[in-house]
Design a protein around this ligand. Structure first.
Ligand code: ATP
Ligand code: MG
Length: 397
């Protein structure tokens, strides 16, 4: 490759990314590239919505709006929503082909952080990308930014190739921002003031942030279970006219304290009066609901009492469970990763009648406990009695 470039052409930086949300790390990187590579303009290209996600991240429109506000009137910066115009996945290769057609007098520098080098050889037609633009990989804290032999060899063969550019980068990521938002921490050092309120109030950002927090607290299996419960709960809330957002949230966070060691569960339960019966002390894992709800509140992560109650009672049940709590109780049982004899029937029953589904779920638990000589929690028995009474009342009317 040649670094001379064609001097007659306009040197344009193309900055692709998800920008969910845009942060100071992006802005610093763009500015550094602009000066170091003497770019005339930088065009930001937010990726269109990635398909097949259980919970959609922030919409393309929202991410563009944040970018627009963050860039303000910074000279030489534009936002291109070119990926919105195409169906299917947003491949950089197609974007570059299209831009070459539209802007024949431009020479392109595709700007990325060093993390992109780790997976570049999985990008669609990545070798051809190197014939369409300089692929710039800037330094980024946490990433080595070294070219593998494969990348180096390919880069040398291609018209433009890869440039590794040392910049004064900031240690900020959108993942980190989302996590801080979910933890309700101050993000003034991370994102521009002008978008702080919107980002802090974005349910999508918070939910993605909760996922990051859960990934650190739970095994992969339990994390996948939590996603399964969130999706199932949201679907049930949709069927039974409940609050889909709250159902997703409660489902996602229901096992927040599930991997807290028993000794710690006991200690917290005793210290903060979080147990309701001696069975809790004999079987401390039952406490992960009440302790999880307490922790989420105490750590300032969640304050919606209805969602907290649903999390609190998802294992033992509670006779006063409202519709949301019932949805979480049964979603925990029937989410797609669950596989036990009778689970399909339980799924069908729940979809027909939520309360009958919950009753059958409790019966299943109590039956199992009898078989295993396990302790029965009085709250589960009281919940069963309440559901039974409701069922009888309904059949009389
Ligand atoms: P996420 O954590 O969601 O992956 P991100 O912070 O990596 O978000 P993206 O939208 O994925 O942001 O990044 C777009 C491009 O910007 C990528 O090429 C990425 O490497 C680069 N980039 C992001 N943050 C920085 C940073 N702090 N310094 C340098 N480059 C960055
Ligand atoms: Mg990224």
């Amino acid at each position: 490759m040649s670094l001379q470039g064609n001097t007659k052409k306009r040197k344009i930086g193309l900055f692709g990314g998800t920008f969910d949300p845009v942060h100071f790390g992006h802005l610093r990187m763009a500015e550094e590239c602009r000066t170091k590579l003497q770019l005339e303009e930088i065009w930001f290209i937010p990726a269109a919505q990635p398909p097949h996600k259980d919970w959609q991240p922030s919409s393309l429109e929202k991410r563009c709006e944040w970018l627009k506000k963050a860039l303000g009137d910074t000279p030489g910066c534009r936002i291109l929503d070119i990926e919105k115009e195409r169906d299917g996945k947003s491949y950089t290769y197609h974007t570059l082909v299209e831009l070459h057609k539209r802007e024949p007098d431009c020479e392109f520098y595709f700007l990325t952080g060093a993390d992109s080098l780790e997976k570049l050889d999985t990008w669609y037609r990545w070798q051809d990308i190197l014939d369409l633009c300089y692929f710039v990989a800037t330094s980024r804290p946490g990433y080595a930014g070294k070219l593998s032999e494969v990348l180096r060899a390919e880069s040398e063969k291609r018209k433009y190739g890869i440039i590794c550019l040392q910049i004064d980068a900031l240690d900020i990521s959108s993942t980190g921002v989302r996590e801080q938002v979910a933890l309700r921490k101050d993000v003034r050092q991370l994102i521009p003031e002008i978008i702080i309120d919107e980002v802090n109030n974005s349910v999508e950002v918070k939910i993605e942030g909760y996922k990051e927090i859960l990934k650190k607290r739970l095994s992969v299996k339990r994390y996948m279970h939590s996603i399964g419960v969130a999706n199932t709960a949201a679907r049930l809330a949709g069927i039974f006219n409940g609050n889909i957002e709250k159902a997703y949230l409660a489902g996602l966070l229901h096992d927040y304290a599930r991997e807290v060691p028993n000794a710690e569960l006991l200690e917290l339960a005793v210290e903060h009066n979080l147990y309701s019966d001696a069975v809790d002390l004999l079987q401390p894992s039952l406490l992960h609901g009440p302790v999880g709800a307490w922790m989420l509140k105490e750590q300032g992560i969640l304050e919606d009492e209805q969602v907290l109650d649903a999390i609190r009672w998802h294992t033992t049940g509670h006779p006063d469970m409202d519709q949301l709590a019932r949805i979480i109780y049964i979603a925990d049982y029937i989410e797609p990763n669950r596989d036990f004899p009778g689970v399909d029937l339980l799924r069908q029953l729940t979809h027909q009648d939520l309360n009958l589904g919950v009753l059958a779920g409790i019966d299943h638990t109590l039956g199992f406990l009898i078989q295993k000589d396990g302790y029965m929690h009085p709250l589960s028995i009281a919940t069963r009695n309440r559901l039974l009474a409701e069922k009888q009342e309904k059949s009389i009317n």
